[in-house]
Design a protein around this ligand. Structure first.
Ligand code: NIG
Ligand code: FE
Length: 442
């Protein structure tokens, strides 16, 4: 590889990716998230090149044209050139649903489930979400930030360049603020993009047992105002399901979030079916899980830009035979995204390619649909589609480079990480010393 390391890290040098075998641009004429047939349109350019300046994409085209470009010729010495040697390049994944603020893996729950206990039985026996609370409450903000930073690095090594990160294991005013502050600290050192979400409404913590109304008061009267004042989150999330919060409680939290100009999203239909009722009035950016959804709600959902974010890693890890019915959602015109749901209880994976592989094998999404759901529709789920999710002039220079020659190999080689380079806001980072090495050598 020809590599000119002209600029120090942080200066965001001009970057030219050349000899891309397949560039999946995900560009489209349609406005709004991808639905139906448009979910399969990847906008592939072969033998492609992309030029980036100041962390933004400035041109997208063929390699031969890029190398003839007068500006490129004149500034050759200042440009960091990455020879992709026929590999596949796509927009960095947008993982729109993660819970990275926790201290311990939940190994006892893991064993109990293997022995036959259900998610709800484990929760009732003192495991589940509540068993992650103590660790977070006791941890210092600094140690949480280190853990989150490690998760962000792991996610990016698997091709993710934008991460939504939720609080939700502190469940007191102080610990939720500490969790979000830790996300902010970790995000500062991360070259990619982090979107923060307050998930104070994850479950009712033990000290409020039987008093969920009072806990919702705490969320609405103290957590949301404090988070808004400190600008610690862009979204507020609620786990709306049996054993967590009701639809009425969810709407109370959403109404308060709206007053403070925060976006909203919910975990919905993971364990039981909840009719959407009036929830779409709050314009949620996404409704996540959606294992159980009533057919009669699909037309109303399809008429909005609310994204149904499917997280098959949770179904896999919980050992469920049933997966969300992606085909039914796609055929109804609902905008579908994929995310990891990275968390210590139901989905300890940082791998979007694994989520995509599960989407293909278990939910019958084609590889092309899985890619669009993991990129451009993930960006819609975070209301970031103006900047993220496709390779188009003016968008952020976020890419992943996979050591494959056909995009269908990304969900195909499950369990192995074929991502060899990620570029986040114009900054390349590989797992080895990629920029000093020939990408052609494996
Ligand atoms: O998305 N459903 C609620 N929250 C997580 C589970 C978190 C946990 O078990 O710690 C989920 O699956
Ligand atoms: Fe979740």
């Amino acid at each position: 590889m020809r590599s000119r390391r002209g600029a120090a890290r942080g200066e965001r040098p001009a970057l030219l990716l050349v000899n891309i075998g397949q560039l999946l641009t995900l560009r489209s004429e349609i406005s709004g998230p991808r639905r139906g047939a448009s979910l399969s349109e990847l906008g592939i350019i072969e033998d492609a090149a992309v030029l980036c300046l100041g962390g933004k994409i400035v041109s997208v085209g063929r390699t031969k044209d890029a190398l003839r470009d007068p500006w490129v010729k004149k500034n050759q010495r200042k440009i960091v050139e990455v020879d992709c040697r026929g590999r596949v390049v796509l927009p960095g994944f947008v993982d729109s649903h993660t819970h990275p603020v926790f201290t311990h893996p939940r190994l006892v729950d893991f064993e109990k489930r293997i022995a036959g206990a259900s998610y709800e039985e484990i929760a009732e026996a003192g495991g589940g979400i509540r068993s992650s609370i103590e660790g977070v409450r006791k941890a210092s903000a600094g140690s949480l930030a280190k853990t989150i930073a490690r998760a962000l690095a792991d996610l990016s090594r698997h091709g993710t360049t934008t991460v939504e990160a939720k609080s939700g294991y502190g469940l007191s005013l102080e610990s939720e603020l500490k969790s979000l502050q830790s996300i902010r600290t970790a995000a500062r050192e991360f070259p990619g993009t982090v979107v923060s979400t307050l998930l104070g409404a994850h479950v009712v913590p033990p000290e409020y047992r039987g008093r969920s109304d009072e806990y919702v008061d705490l969320i609405c009267n103290e957590m949301i105002p404090a988070v808004a004042k400190r600008k610690l989150a862009q979204f507020v999330d609620v786990f709306c399901d049996r054993g967590a919060f009701t639809l009425e409680e969810t709407e109370r939290v959403f109404a308060t979030a709206a007053k403070f100009d925060l976006g909203v999203r919910a975990h919905l239909g993971q364990l039981t079916e909840t009719r959407l009722g009036t929830i779409l009035r709050y314009d949620p950016a996404s409704l996540d899980h959606m294992d159980y959804v009533n057919d009669r709600d699909l037309p109303a959902l399809a008429a909005t830009n609310t994204v149904a974010t499917l997280v098959p890693g949770a179904n896999y890890f919980l050992g469920l035979a049933r997966y969300p019915n992606a085909r039914r959602l796609i055929e109804a015109g609902v905008a579908v995204a994929l995310a990891t749901d990275y968390n210590p209880g139901s989905s300890p994976t940082v791998s979007m390619p694994m989520a995509m592989s599960l989407a293909s094998t278990q939910m019958k999404m084609s590889p092309a649909e899985a890619i669009a759901a993991a990129t451009i529709n993930g960006a819609w789920a975070l209301r970031l589609a103006g900047r993220k999710g496709s390779v188009e002039t003016g968008k952020d220079a976020d890419f992943s480079v996979f050591d494959v020659t056909d995009y269908r190999e990304i969900p195909y080689w499950f369990g192995a990480n074929r991502c060899v380079l990620t570029i986040m806001n114009g900054a390349p980072s590989g797992s080895g010393d990629f920029l000093g090495r020939d990408l052609g050598q494996r």
